[in-house]
Design a protein. Structure first.
Length: 716
């Protein structure tokens, strides 16, 4: 069948696309883009209409088309798709580099920016972003001219090296992701002895038996087995939290923490090479370190980001240490005589939590069926943002039968489209959760006869799939995750910006991107929302008050440990990009620099041979290099924003609804057209501060706040 990626740019024919027709479509597209860039560079006209508009058209054609390939890599990976990426990615990178680092276009952008003092705030942001992006892409490399060599030759040589690094980094990132996916899928432990699965909940045993059936073990059942255990997130978390079999916990934990660290899927040399190339690229671009280079277009600097992390570390470290001591004492009281190890933490934490609050994930799951949670979540977006999400399944092709499709309305008018892909699919779907903006809103790029091109987004999670006739039954963490990703989607879909470079999440500094997601993830713990999504999947009984009180009480259970773990990831990322210069033959984990971060940010050190970095996809294949701190940076704004609703009183319906619209019309609407610090001030009336976050995490109270601890403000 002759299927072109270009036939339906808004809604690709996902059910028909394959490596062959993707290759033919992209080959044609790349040739057309090359021609368009040449024409734009050769143009004698320098104006917004003659330069910025065609630049945006070219960029968008590449981003939307190649975005389909990247999306399929995450949700429907296979050998043919990998071969396609290996074949075409060098050409995609070459064209992207040619466009982004074009000296003629860089000069035109500067001339346009300097031609007027009356550009609007949005236009100024667009032009400044284009100029900064061109600099970061290598359009204005600072090069030393060796004696006897012309400046042009030196510039050309530096540019070639810069581009070669980009190409190699892209290949390495893809290989990193593929290795992690393959190594995660590789562990399949078959358990035939019922004693081997003691303690594991019935819901997990049903999923494990279902996996065994798919693997060829006909007749496998939840009650009698055999059961197939893997490293996908639902399976891993169940084993670490509930398995009485300590040997199984140790095996699964060790395998998880050493993923992609041996054989053909070893990411260790990739990590070293990526870090080496990033530091070299930063120096070519005129920066001292990779952190300086990668953070040059963010809200924070390496110094201010580290200051925030250090403040939060000072607040959380002692609490995390007390929590570990308490867990050791609890385990000993349960008759545990061994040394508490990393693979024991979640297991005994679950038991301690049950002893303290008499609550487990299995108590929660029956009340949080995915269809009900989704319906309640959509009720919340309608209430807060007047954003109505309506099912439209079957109207467009999808990449898997479990994927759902929705239309999103703002104030009653169609505003965008949304895919939701909820369930884990080991072997073809990457782990974790994310939102992807597949098509951004634009007036310039509207179809003929239309005034606007509406945005299209996708929410991807990896929660437990349905088993038998039962729907997917969610843990509270899975509930929070779908709320989180919906926050991203709301910013992508409810934007009022019509310039594609600043609509939705485009043009927003990366360390502010997580603000709406972490804001929305706070809501399922609130009474009204919890009762709207909490219905027993068999009886439709509303979440009992006693169970809700337990859920609320456990929200900050071991919060110091949780916060410190996130800070560990963030400080490790920031430290490596600011201070690490690889030494051949030495693993980063063996350096004193790495060990210093471990000693400052962990109360239970990593296991010997830990290769956490080999699975740290956020910074090696996910776009968060020198940016993981942004989760905490943005969370300061998120929780301070949520505090505005708490200050009103969440039961004050009319006032809360009004505040929700204010949040929509600032944080969710402005996109990158205004600096995020200023957008937050438009909503809150002042810069964000850390005190609401510290209180919300249970790390300080009104009586324990130290003088000055509420004075760390976000940058304007």
């Amino acid at each position: 069948m002759n299927v072109s990626l270009l036939q339906s740019p808004l809604f690709p024919l996902y059910d028909k696309l394959n490596a062959d027709n993707l290759a033919s479509s992209l080959t044609v597209l790349f040739k057309e883009l090359d021609q368009s860039i040449s024409q734009l560079e050769a143009s004698q006209f320098t104006s917004w209409q003659a330069t910025v508009d065609p630049f945006e058209r070219i960029s968008d054609r590449m981003n939307v088309a190649w975005g389909v390939v990247e999306h399929l890599q995450g949700v429907k990976n296979n050998d043919a798709l990998r071969a396609l990426v290996d074949q075409l990615q060098p050409e995609q990178i070459r064209i992207s580099q040619r466009l982004s680092q074009s000296s003629p276009l860089y000069s035109k952008f500067q001339a346009i920016r300097n031609a007027s003092d009356s550009w609007s705030e949005t236009q100024t942001r667009v032009l400044d972003n284009l100029i900064t992006s061109a600099k970061l892409a290598g359009a204005a490399l600072e090069v030393a001219v060796p004696e006897g060599e012309s400046k042009g030759d030196a510039q050309a040589e530096a540019t070639k090296r810069f581009n070669d690094i980009n190409l190699e980094l892209s290949d390495l990132s893809t290989n990193f992701s593929n290795n992690l996916l393959d190594s995660t899928a590789a562990l399949k432990r078959l358990i035939t002895d019922k004693d081997g699965v003691a303690g594991l909940p019935a819901s997990f045993l049903g999923q494990a038996a279902q996996k065994a059936v798919k693997a060829g073990y006909v007749g496998a059942s939840a009650g009698t087995g055999p059961w197939l255990v893997g490293l996908d997130q639902p399976s891993y978390m169940a084993v670490m939290t509930y398995a009485d079999n300590r040997t199984l916990r140790q095996e699964v934990y060790t395998a998880y923490e050493t993923r992609a660290s041996s054989g053909s899927t070893d990411n260790s040399p990739i990590v070293e090479k990526i870090m080496l190339l990033r530091q070299e690229q930063a120096r070519l671009a005129g920066y001292n370190t990779a952190a300086d280079y990668l953070m040059s277009n963010k809200m924070a600097t390496p110094v201010t980001a580290m200051a925030l992390l250090e403040q939060l570390r000072n607040t959380s470290f002692a609490t995390a240490q007390k929590e570990l001591d308490s867990l050791r004492q609890f385990a000993a009281a349960q008759g545990f005589t061994e040394t508490l190890m990393n693979w024991d933490q979640s297991y005994f934490a679950q038991k301690q939590q049950q002893a303290l609050f008499n609550l487990t994930d299995e108590d929660v799951r029956p009340y949080f069926a995915y269809p009900t949670v989704l319906a309640g979540l959509h009720q919340l977006t309608a209430r807060l943002f007047n954003a109505t999400i309506v099912a439209a399944d079957g109207e467009v092709p999808v990449w898997d039968p479990s994927v759902r499709f929705f239309k999103v309305y703002r104030d009653g008018a169609l505003k965008g489209h949304l895919y939701i892909d909820p369930y884990a699919r080991p072997g073809e779907k990457s782990g974790g959760a994310w939102e992807a903006t597949l098509v951004s809103q634009s007036a310039l790029l509207a179809a003929p006869g239309q005034s606007i091109r509406l945005p299209v987004a996708a929410i991807v999670t990896n929660q437990s799939p349905p088993v038998g006739d039962a729907p997917s039954l969610m843990t509270m963490d899975e509930v929070v995750t779908i709320f989180h990703e919906t926050g991203h989607a709301m910013q992508a879909l409810l934007t009022t910006q019509t310039d594609v470079t600043v609509s939705g999440i485009n043009g927003i500094e990366q360390d502010a991107i997580e603000q709406p997601s972490q804001f929305l993830e706070r809501w399922p713990y609130e009474r009204e929302v919890a009762f709207s999504i909490g219905k027993h999947y068999l009886t439709n009984e509303t979440l009992p008050e006693e169970l809700y009180q337990k859920i609320s009480a456990t929200r900050n259970y071991r919060s110091g440990t949780s916060v410190l773990r996130q800070l560990y990831f963030a400080m490790l990322d920031l430290t490596l990009h600011a201070q690490y210069f690889p030494t051949p033959g030495v693993y980063v984990e063996e350096t004193q620099l790495y060990k210093n971060v471990v000693s400052k940010l962990t109360v239970l050190p990593p296991i010997p041979g830990d290769r956490f970095l080999n699975g740290f996809s956020h910074i090696f294949s996910g776009g968060y290099a020198a940016g993981y701190y942004g989760y905490k940076w943005a969370q300061v704004m998120s929780i301070d924003g949520f505090a505005a609703f708490q200050e009103i009183g969440l039961s004050a319906t009319a006032a809360i609804d009004k505040e929700g619209l204010r949040y929509r019309d600032t944080v969710l609407s402005m996109g990158g057209a205004r600096a995020p610090g200023l957008v937050f001030q438009d909503f809150r009336g002042r810069p964000a501060m850390t005190l609401p976050l510290l209180k919300d995490e249970g790390l300080v109270t009104n009586t324990t706040v130290k003088p000055g601890s509420d004075k760390v403000f976000m940058m304007d």
